[in-house]
Design a protein around this ligand. Structure first.
Ligand code: PLP
Length: 376
């Protein structure tokens, strides 16, 4: 059995999530909009899930809209905000290190004439707040979309400070918190964002389910119209088992945060980095040491090439991913590493090792052994 160190790509569905979902795949398969008892029971399960997700991020349940995935949550916000601010004399600011689920929709806006500015990051992968504040233009309607934590490096962004600057300019603020929720405290009662995107499969729910926080009284233009489900914000008969699973996963992550589970993951990540530092002569750890999720080690192995390392590691029993995206079969430095100022050589030599609450000490030790044998 291979060791799984790619939890930022997706996570194992938690057995408790599977158990919570099962009744809604079998006996309770009814339509939540139906007025009879089974329908009402199913509806109640959705509302419980909404409370669980809201509780994890400090929101009110009515501020949570269930979606089909994190990408959908991001697109819903960006399309709504594009309408809200209008194309003429408005401005949009994103960072250079956003996920494609923010970059592509905002690039599509730029293609039809919106003014979209990309702001850079420092060498440690954190947003350049000065550049960001300069880019935000209070004389124009606008919005900023900034990720809470980066998917490649795990670096946590100064989202509270950035949101404050954008709100002071009268702008709307969206955060893609897909790699932060369940990994670091994410509280919408403490950070002034208007919208926040969540994806279930990054914290032990299934793929194909997400959520969007929309702060109370914030204007929102639905992308999907129909029967008026999800308060009219996202019509379509609800995927009840998946929503119930997302709620259960949120409850699990809240428990993990409260009982030290996330600190345990961070300690394992530190053990991994220490082990690699001891066993390999040439190894570099990337991104802010201080501001990062506890589950990611972003590591460069100078002189090595990820495209060659990955199949060797896979064959030796370790699943992880390159720090650089493989595009059309040709290794390209990722836009994130470029933004951090990495040389192509350094970017090509980087791996992302990402852990989860299921990772064990024995697995970390075995992973160190495999990496040392294959790359040493
Ligand atoms: N945003 C970030 C930062 C991500 O890491 C991902 C998934 O890799 C997404 C968005 C897309 O989420 P989903 O896979 O639920 O569409």
């Amino acid at each position: 059995m291979s060791l799984y160190f790619d939890s930022n790509a997706t996570t194992q569905v938690h057995p408790r999530v599977v158990d919570a979902m099962m009744p809604y795949l079998t006996g309770l398969w009814h339509n939540p909009s139906s007025g009879y008892r089974a329908g009402r029971e199913v509806k109640a399960a959705i509302e419980k899930a909404r409370e669980q997700v809201a509780s994890l991020i400090g929101a009110n349940p009515e501020e949570i809209v269930f979606t089909g995935c994190g990408t959908e949550s991001n697109s819903m916000v960006i399309k709504s905000l594009a309408r809200e601010i209008g194309r003429k004399s408005s401005k949009v600011v994103v960072s250079e290190i956003e996920h494609s689920a923010v970059l592509r929709p905002t690039e599509a806006m730029a293609a039809v004439g919106f003014d979209v500015e990309k702001v850079g990051v420092h060498e440690d992968g954190r947003l350049d707040l000065d550049q960001f504040s300069e880019a935000v233009d209070s004389s124009k309607p606008g919005f900023a979309s900034l990720m809470w934590a980066n998917n490649e490096t795990g670096v946590v962004q100064p989202i509270a400070e950035a949101a404050e600057a954008a709100k002071a300019a009268g702008w709307w603020v969206h955060t893609d918190a897909i790699q932060a929720v369940g990994k670091v405290p994410v509280r919408v009662d403490q950070v002034a964002v208007d919208f926040l995107s969540i994806s279930g499969h990054k914290f032990h729910a299934t793929k194909g389910v997400g959520a969007l926080f929309i702060r109370r009284d914030t204007p929102f233009e639905p992308m999907i119209r129909g029967g008026g489900q999800e308060s009219g914000h996202r019509s379509g008969t609800e995927n009840v088992p998946y929503l119930v699973g997302l709620g259960e996963a949120a409850a699990i992550m809240q428990e993990e945060a409260e009982n030290g589970g996330l600190d345990r993951v961070a300690a394992l990540r530190d053990r991994l980095e220490t082990g690699l530092g001891e066993r390999l002569n040439r190894v570099e750890f990337n991104g802010s040491r201080e501001h990062r999720t506890g589950n990611v080690a972003h590591v460069s192995f100078p002189g090595k090439v990820a495209a060659e390392m990955l199949p060797q590691l896979d064959a030796a029993g370790l699943q992880c991913s390159a720090g650089s995206a493989c595009m059309t079969g040709k290794n390209q430095p990722s836009h994130v590493q470029k933004a951090m100022g990495f040389s192509d050589e350094k970017a090509f030599s980087s791996l992302r090792l990402s852990l989860s609450i299921f990772t064990t000490e024995a697995e970390v030790d075995e992973a160190i052994e495999i990496l040392a044998n294959v790359l040493g």
